[in-house]
Design a protein around this ligand. Structure first.
Ligand SMILES: Nc1ncnc2c1ncn2[C@@H]1O[C@H](COP(=O)(O)OP(=O)(O)OP(=O)(O)O)[C@@H](O)[C@H]1O
Ligand SMILES: [Mg+2]
Length: 940
């Protein structure tokens, strides 16, 4: 290899860094034949010389649709060579999900394609823990999408691994234009190496080494010019000159110009055609079968006797068309491409169909499928069957996008009419999991052509409904179930009821459909007493309806029945509905337990979409229980990962926490960045407006606050919420009216709210309503109402609301001149607010105490309250006994990040050992000095 010293020096430096756990990504990019693969080979040798583990793979055009094909090439040999103990270490934690994607480990299919990627990343990270590692992927432009997504994910996380990722990329290939590749190349940390053409001196060296030691200057200069220093073209030109018997003299230059083709293809094909039909047949067979072809299969496809095929292969190798190796391989991918292109399209499709049958005997489904993708449709049931099986395998391995490709091809075959609808269903499901937009259309088509038994279509219907819900098209979600219900005979009472309850549940979540859904719910409510074994869907729908229409005891009773339902936890779509109900009936403890369980399961499966929704709901529960730091940690995580409507959800949760923490600028900043919700009709929007209204009020922008809160109210009304929904909006609206000087309207709303809350009779709702009424009312009655609010909230599980009421009560007492009593209430309020990290209430209480003549202490922020949301997230998991690596896996961060978080956490908590974490987080460590507990005196 000539003239690559500088490049290798750069690589050496990167290898050095990687061995010190400062890994990175190198991309070797250039034109076909410029010498990328040669350079990658040298990189491998250098790495081996430094005791790196070296894993290599190569993309191929033919295998570009095989899920995780490249990942398997890279990692399978390593796993196979590992001892049992070693293998256990490599596959520890979520790395097992990665092995599943490679098909070397069985298990429950991942719920989210991201799980496989995450798992494969950890498989490498685990390996790099054992010693420095180089991954060399040549022809990365042809890497299959799932492997590429993984390599990108890995590439962005090499910085604290002992790992160098080296990619070879052929420029100009259309498959370079994939977003994931562009993103990878665009990363700042990526080193780009572009091998230069060989100089005239180097070309002369090659000519003299390979053609004729006595080649003259003129001939060598002509070679350099004709090939522009491209080493592959030099080789090909020399092979052609040799075949022509051309002397390496200046006199041959003219002839040389004639035989030098513009590219490699024509010259190879010309040489090949002169070598006889057997050679052409075998070359074509190997071109169709792809690299790493099993010898016997190639011989059979070429219709050659094995012995003849052996010798034919040797002759092809001698002509530098094949590599001198078994399994059969072309000397260079460009040659393989030229031979394949030379086959007419029809002949190529037929060859792939035959190849599929031959390869099927060897048992690799994805290889069979790759051939089937390349052959023409023929209405062949075998083809449909194999593609369907391959799709099932791809799904199990966490590659739904690849599965969708197989299924689309199966549908084009076309299948027998009876098979169409299950195939469409599988296609829609795969596309949904892969986040592809055609999912909805295909699920709809599947349901359109669904046959007799609606029961089998129930799951698909929910999937479709969810797809409509997250895109704010609830009316279509409802229609899905309506139609399904129409096909169910009344005699099938269980299914009929489940479907009707689903219709109501889905409809209740959106303003456009709520009206009808409420009437349906009412009808179902009438029927409930006659139902012996009500399905969970029904219990949850009716609990939601009851809470919405202000009948709390009925809602509570139904919720208890739903909580007792087996299996627990309920399936995803119901879990969310159940969580909403739990908030409405103030069962925050049960809500946190349920969300913990659901989050645990979703985390184990790497189901990121579910994690987002459950985290948001847990954030609401934590905020309600006064665990603001926990609430912020969950909301922030969700906000980092969510899109669409779940982003609005996460944003609401986040804003809510930020207002309580008095981080109003941060909240405003988030609003600046986030989409507006005006055209939407989902119930999420009402909730969002309620929270934004609160923020505006806190900012002193009362007019805007009022507009948001009143709109929240209107939307709540359309959704059938009598009082709750986007929070008890009348409470905030009454206070804003009061601030704006609209005393009458303020009083009207507050009274209305109080009356509703008295009927609802749950302590939180009642307490906050009493407080609002007391504030608006003022005077002696106001004081009585505020005192009542405090007493009521003391019975609730909402310490945050209690702190607020205490502070307002204390302030009212001060205004009425009762300074001593005022201070007692304010001290309690401040103490509690401070402990919860509720900066806004604490600030108010402190100011009131000053006004009441006290000197409240400003506490240094230490202990648990000093932890950032990210640190708290890490601390909680570490306290549960997870290792750094497990924490990193669960939170989708690197081990190094987890480690550095932990050292800051120790410092802030004033601890030195991991086993002190749980205690410190519970606030029991160093109580008197560092962390004010609920009873410690805060006033100095
Ligand atoms: N620096 C070099 N000195 C001498 N010969 C070289 C050099 N680099 C490459 N070659 C020779 O040129 C030929 C093409 O090189 P290589 O296969 O590395 O190209 P490539 O860039 O990987 O092409 P492709 O884009 O088709 O993969 C090989 O036969 C190789 O041995
Ligand atoms: Mg190459």
């Amino acid at each position: 290899m000539l003239e690559r010293e500088a490049e290798l020096q750069r690589v050496d430096a990167l290898l050095d860094a990687a061995s010190r756990r400062r890994g990175s990504v190198v991309v070797v990019e250039g034109a076909p034949g410029i010498g990328k693969s040669e350079l990658l080979g040298a990189v491998r040798r250098h790495a081996e010389g430094r005791d790196f583990g070296v894993l290599g793979a190569r993309g191929s055009e033919f295998e570009a649709d095989m899920a995780f094909g490249v990942a398997r090439q890279l990692l399978e040999p390593m796993l196979r060579a590992a001892s049992r103990a070693e293998r256990r270490r490599l596959l520890s934690g979520v790395a097992r999900m990665g092995a599943q994607a490679l098909g070397v480990e069985s298990g429950e299919p991942p719920a989210d394609p991201f799980a496989a990627i995450h798992g494969l990343y950890w498989l490498c990270a685990n390996r790099a823990e054992r010693g420095p590692l180089v991954l060399v992927v040549d022809d990365a432009q042809w890497v299959d999408d799932p492997s590429l997504a993984w390599l990108g994910y890995l590439g962005r996380r090499t910085r604290d691994l002992a790992l160098l990722l080296v990619l070879g990329l052929r420029s100009g290939d259309p498959r370079l234009e994939r977003d994931e590749l562009e993103r990878l190349l665009g990363d700042d940390g990526v080193d780009l190496i572009a091998p230069a053409p060989l100089s005239a001196v180097a070309v002369a060296q090659v000519v003299r080494a390979q053609l004729d030691a006595n080649a003259d200057e003129e001939f060598c200069a002509a070679c350099s010019e004709l090939t522009r220093g491209n080493p592959l073209f030099v080789r090909e030109l020399l092979a052609a000159a040799r075949a022509e018997g051309l002397p390496a003299r200046g006199a041959s230059v003219e002839t040389l110009g004639r035989i030098a083709p513009p590219a490699v293809g024509p010259s190879v094909l010309a040489r090949l055609s002169r070598m006889g039909p057997d050679l052409v047949a075998l070359a074509r067979a190997v071109a169709v079968l792809g690299s790493g072809t099993e010898f016997m299969v190639a011989a059979e496809l070429a219709e050659l006797d094995p012995a003849v095929a052996e010798l034919t292969a040797d002759r092809l190798a001698a002509a530098q068309i094949f590599a001198p190796a078994r399994p059969l391989e072309f000397f260079h991918p460009l040659i393989a491409g030229a031979v394949l292109q030379d086959l007419a399209p029809g002949a190529r499709r037929l060859a792939h169909r035959r190849a599929a049958s031959l390869v099927d005997r060897a048992g690799s489904l994805s290889r069979v499928a790759a051939h089937l993708l390349a052959c023409g449709p023929a209405g062949d049931p075998w083809v449909v069957r194999r593609l369907r099986d391959a799709a099932g395998e791809a799904l199990d391995r966490g590659a739904p996008g690849v599965a969708a490709g197989y299924l689309r091809r199966a549908l084009a075959e076309p299948p027998h009419p009876a098979e169409r609808s299950p195939l469409l269903l599988a296609l829609g499901t795969s596309e949904w999991r892969a986040g592809q937009p055609d999912a909805i259309a295909h699920l709809e088509q599947a349901l359109d052509s669904a046959g007799e038994d609606p029961g089998t279509w129930f799951d698909a219907s929910w999937l479709l409904a969810l797809a409509f819900i997250v895109t704010d098209r609830a009316e279509r979600a409802v229609a899905v179930f309506e139609r399904l219900r129409a096909g169910v005979p009344d005699s099938d009472a269980g299914l009929a009821l489940t479907l009707e309850a689903s219709i109501a549940l889905v409809g209740l979540g959106n303003e456009r459909t709520a009206g009808v859904a409420l009437r349906r719910a009412e009808a179902l409510r009438d029927r409930l007493p006659a139902v012996t074994d009500p399905p969970l869907h029904l219990l949850i729908a009716l609990a939601n309806y009851a809470a919405r229409t202000n009948r709390s005891s009925e809602a509570q009773e139904l919720t208890e029945r739903a909580l007792a339902y087996k299996p627990y936890p309920p399936p995803r779509e119901l879990a969310m509905a159940m969580m909403y109900v739990l908030t409405m009936v103030e069962r925050y403890d049960a809500l946190r337990r349920l969300s913990d369980d659901l989050i645990g399961a979703a985390r184990r499966q790497g189901a990121i979409q579910e994690l987002i929704v459950f985290s948001v709901l847990r954030s609401w529960a934590s905020a309600e229980c006064g665990e603001l730091a926990d609430a912020e940690a969950d909301a922030r995580w969700a906000l980092e990962h969510a899109t669409g409507l779940s982003r609005t959800q996460a944003l609401s949760a986040m804003l809510r926490v930020l207002v309580e923490r008095d981080a109003l600028d941060q909240a405003e900043h988030l609003l600046d960045r986030d989409a507006d919700t005006r055209g939407l009709h989902s119930g999420e929007v009402a909730r969002f407006l309620g929270v934004r209204g609160r923020l505006r009020a806190a900012q002193g922008r009362q007019t805007e606050a009022l507009a948001d809160l009143l709109e929240c109210g209107e939307r709540n009304e359309r959704l059938g919420f009598v009082m709750l929904g986007g929070g008890p909006w009348r409470v905030d609206a009454a206070l804003v009216h009061a601030a704006l000087g609209n005393a009458t309207e303020a009083r009207r709303l507050a009274e209305e709210q109080l009356e509703l809350a008295r009927a609802f009779a749950l302590p939180r709702a009642l307490g906050v309503s009493l407080r609002a009424c007391g504030l608006v009312e003022g005077g002696a009655r106001g004081l009585r109402l505020l005192a009542d609010a405090v007493r009521t909230l003391e019975r609730s599980t909402s310490p945050l609301e209690l702190a607020r009421a205490l502070t307002d009560y204390g302030a009212a007492l001060r205004r009425s001149g009762q300074r001593g009593a005022a201070r007692a209430q304010l001290e309690r309020g401040l103490d509690l607010a401070h402990h919860l990290g509720a900066g806004r209430i604490a600030g108010q209480a402190r100011a009131e105490l000053v006004a009441a003549g006290a000197k409240p202490r400003r506490d240094a922020v230490t202990g648990r309250d000093a932890l950032t949301a990210g640190e708290l997230r890490v601390a909680r998991l570490a306290a549960e006994g997870l290792t750094n690596r497990e924490v990193a896996q669960a939170l989708f961060i690197t081990t190094m990040t987890a480690k550095s978080h932990l050292s800051r956490i120790y410092r802030k908590l004033g601890i030195t050992r991991r086993n002190q974490l749980a205690q410190a987080l519970a606030g029991r460590l160093g109580d008197a000095t560092e962390m004010p507990s609920a009873t410690a005196p805060v006033i100095s």
